[in-house]
Design a protein. Sequence first.
Length: 197
Amino acid sequence: MNRKIVFEAVDKLVPGIWNRPGAIAAMDDAIDAALGIIVVRAPKPKGRQINAAGERLIKSFEGLELTAYPDPGTGGKPWTIGYGATEDENGKPFAPGTTITQERADALFDKDTDRFEAAVERLAPVATDNQFAAMVSLAFNVGTGNFEKSTLLKKHNAGDYEGAAAQFGRWNRAAGRVMKGLTRRRAAEAALYRSGT
């Protein structure tokens, strides 16, 4: 499909729309969704990668923010940007007021998912694609250290997959408080984990 025609038509209706950060990427995503096209990151040269369902789950719960915002649990650090990134390409935390482009948000997402994919692949070497994606989403959100010590991982590696799935719901707190967003995310991760394939 020639999307240039679509973009030109939108530009006539809303002049200057393409000057907004992420507007072209958002339009591409909307067209893909309407057509049922699933776009995923390019395959890595080595190592396991989350499937499209896992990528959509993470992005939908992290959301896209091009200006750094405070952690919902603490009201401050770590400051988050893009799709849940808390540190830049050099491992430095983001500061309040930092802004980035859509392209940098995508690059940070790839860097972060690469890191968590490698960790989950090492810690849970036997997993279906959906189990793997669900565990990457959890590790992405709670950190590799917490995931590595989790009962969920122990149950998974012992072959107790239903017991592991039930453990997702335990990770719904931030700063000691139950968070509705985390409760919804854990339910989605558990459903993905249980869905086989």
